[in-house]
Design a binder for this molecule. Structure first.
Ligand SMILES: [Mg+2]
Length: 190
């Protein structure tokens, strides 16, 4: 049975092989945030949790998760190649990452549930299923991708004027290169 979020995004859990997997409970991000907040408060650890520290702690936990996958050949969905204890550890490290991620969102005053829904909607608009199905290219690699075309033409013209006026060389090739780079960088999101 397919589920959908309030923005209409499907949360269907069947993967390509028709194997079903879903979580056992509906844990809210707010309940995790509140519990972690209380955990730190009870230990007077809030003083150690400014955004930068929490970010670095989260990256450290990502490293601990990666360590469990390190030096193995590719593993299958469901991790049948892992021992029971290693799979338990995967769950623990995933949890550490999530807890710090939610803590970080709190420290940054980012309403994570709203941000996630907004970002998923943006991703869906950036990668329309009918256009990208079966393709793994970045959106900026599609020939039909034309972000803010008018703005880019304007900037290219201004840059071209500067290049010609300054006699610095590069000319049109430099302008094209710069515009191409900006298209690559896009809005900074992946
Ligand atoms: Mg850990």
């Amino acid at each position: 049975m397919a589920h959908s979020l309030s923005n209409g995004i499907s949360t269907e859990s069947l993967d390509d092989e028709g194997e079903e997997f879903r979580f056992s409970s509906e844990l809210s991000l707010e309940s995790v945030r509140a519990a972690q907040h209380q955990f730190c408060r009870d230990r007077d650890w809030r003083q150690y949790h400014p955004p930068r520290n929490v970010l670095l702690a989260m990256v450290g936990e990502v490293g601990e998760l990666a360590e469990l996958f390190q030096w193995r050949s590719e593993v299958s969905r469901g991790l049948p190649e892992f021992s029971a204890s290693d799979k338990t550890r995967v769950g623990e490290e995933l949890s550490d990452v999530l807890i710090y991620l939610i803590d970080l969102a709190e420290q940054c005053h980012v309403d994570l549930p709203s941000a996630v829904l907004d970002k998923m909607a943006k991703n869906a608009a950036k990668y329309p299923a009918e256009r990208v199905r079966g393709r793994s290219d970045k959106y900026s690699d599609y020939p039909e991708y034309r972000p803010q075309e008018g703005q880019q033409k304007k900037e290219a013209g201004e840059e071209g004027e500067r290049e010609r006026g300054g006699g610095g060389g590069g000319g049109e090739a430099a302008v094209v290169s710069r515009v191409g780079r900006e298209r690559e960088e896009g809005d900074g999101s992946e």
